[in-house]
Design a protein around this ligand. Structure first.
Ligand SMILES: [Fe+2]
Ligand SMILES: [Fe+2]
Length: 214
């Protein structure tokens, strides 16, 4: 049985599928992963045994993404950096269309396209720093100066966490209103995926990659 004292970050690392359980219950495993399972459950008003049994139901620990930096960094680049670059522009396009067509409706997500554009702009700057500075340093084995770029990236990850809160607010937790058109529904599904991917991405960096150079 998973102990209620285990921190959510360690569960997210060791149990593939755990991050989906945490996301479902809005438990932050990427930036606030040091909380214990019981603390996280209490914050969400959940019985800790419910979380324990959902996590146990995932089955025993299995191999997740690689943890060695020489394999994990290429995985992060192809699975997350490139995927965000492909998906944000499409989400922004869909949001502009929905906001233009449905602007007179009460539940129109006013400001969503601009918010997504701001997120993408910040993320692009962040990813470029990782690609040009931090990841090459890591692939060369680290060094004493690496603490500074790591600290900076962790701080920027916290900003992404706040942007994701705003994204959830603008999209009413990714739930389109009744009768929403296909574009609107597709847009909210895309936003849900962006949220899931970004949380997983940050989790891999904060909790798996960066600690190896601490
Ligand atoms: Fe990254
Ligand atoms: Fe990052």
């Amino acid at each position: 049985m998973i102990s209620p004292d285990t921190c959510v970050r360690d569960i997210a690392i060791s149990r593939p599928g755990a991050t989906a359980v945490f996301r479902r219950h809005k438990i932050d495993f990427c930036c606030n992963g040091a909380a214990s399972l019981s603390q996280a459950a209490a914050r969400r008003g959940l019985p800790v045994v419910q979380l324990q049994s959902e996590l146990e139901a995932l089955g025993p620990d299995e191999a997740g993404p690689p943890s060695d930096p020489s394999a994990l960094i290429p995985h992060i680049l192809t699975r997350y950096h490139e995927v965000h670059r492909a998906e944000f522009p499409e989400a922004i396009r869909l949001a502009r269309r929905v906001e233009a067509v449905h602007r007179a409706k009460d539940d129109c997500p006013h400001g969503l396209a601009d918010h997504l554009a701001l997120m993408f702009d910040d993320l692009e700057g962040h990813q470029q720093k990782e690609e040009a500075v931090l990841f090459p340093m890591m692939l060369r084995g680290g060094g004493p100066m690496i603490a500074f770029p790591i600290e900076r990236m962790v701080a920027e990850h916290l900003d992404v966490g706040e942007q994701l809160e705003e994204l959830a607010r603008l999209t009413t937790d990714f739930a389109p209103p009744p009768g929403a058109c296909t574009t609107w529904r597709a847009l909210y599904e895309m936003c849900r995926k962006l949220d899931a991917d970004l949380r997983e991405h940050i989790h891999l960096e904060n909790n798996v990659l960066f600690p190896q150079f601490a």
